[in-house]
Design a protein around this ligand. Sequence first.
Ligand SMILES: COC[C@@H]1[C@H](c2ccc(C#Cc3ccccc3)cc2)[C@@H]2CN(C(=O)Nc3ccc(OC4CC4)cc3)C[C@@H](O)[C@@H](O)CN12
Length: 331
Amino acid sequence: LTRDNLLRGDWKDLEFKEYNFLAKGLPPEGGHLHPLLKARMYLLRTSSFPLNAPCITNKVSVLKKCTKTSPDDFSSNGVWPVIIVIYIYVFEEMPTNNYVESSFWNFDALFQPQQHPARDSHDTFFLQEPSTTKLLPEDYVERVKQIHESGGYDSRGYGYVWKREEANKNLLRTHTTAVSSRMLYLLAQQPFAPKRYYSIDRVFRNEAVDRTHLAEFHQIEGLICDRGLSLGDLQGVLHDFFARLGMSKLRFKPAYNPYTEPSMEIFGYHEGFKKWVEIGNSGMFRPEMLRPMGLPEDVQVIAWGLSLERPTMILYGIDNIRDLFGHKVNL
Ligand SMILES: COC[C@@H]1[C@H](c2ccc(C#Cc3ccccc3)cc2)[C@@H]2CN(C(=O)Nc3ccc(OC4CC4)cc3)C[C@@H](O)[C@@H](O)CN12
């Protein structure tokens, strides 16, 4: 049909096929879910952070049974044991939508001393504009200054002169633990109730980059805040968490973090590589971090972290992190 035919209306004598509104379009060639997004959704879908796995227990260390057995495994004739505390094992996502953080929440609130090497500009990206923050809870800042300088709550502190201008410096957060400290402080401002938080978001380190390290990565962090938690609870939760990622053989190695004591590096036996791989770090937040916030004496916080890139690279067989993340895209 030429343009003239159409204008003359010749098309009126033609027979047209019914339009099939249900016909599927051609599959789009372009577009693909990013491997990091798929790994992130895999992590949540396999409920490594069980968003609401009903669990009737008073200790997270019993969790392992809760998620793997039915009620009649717990006791004879299917009657549930007397339960002291009933709570739903729910992880809430922390608000991590601020890449810019103050040194106060990123370091000082975590009892990380101001002369610690990680606070140096060789390891941390400090901001020029706006270079400082002023909005901090002054009464809490005073308690943090106190615990760094002269201790308290059975701690000796560090015995150095703590400087407010150091805490005011803005930076790109070096870990999502900065958000965890904010959340725990907020939790301490109201009557205590057990909480479980998680976060998965970008963090920034001013470090040498190589095939497996960029100046930024996605940290995954989980924390559980409850009365009377112990290292056994932490190990129980880590077994449950990593079992959902296919790692059921774990080893724990004593480690050091300024904000956790004890701390443990986590190793998992990778059946594919037939070797142990480091799969994360963990610990119990120190009293020097929790008490100045105002959390009750018998409340403990167990926490752990890993990256999103490492498991993604392993799960997708990617050996150069630039193929996964960063400003250059290797097509
Ligand atoms: C500067 O680099 C830090 C990063 C990143 C990391 C390390 C520690 C934390 C933490 C923490 C923490 C500790 C206490 C309290 C709160 C948070 C978070 C991320 C990974 C942590 N790591 C890491 O992710 N390794 C990993 C994780 C999962 C995995 O899954 C298998 C396929 C199934 C495989 C590997 C360990 C190493 O890769 C390490 O060399 C690199 N680490």
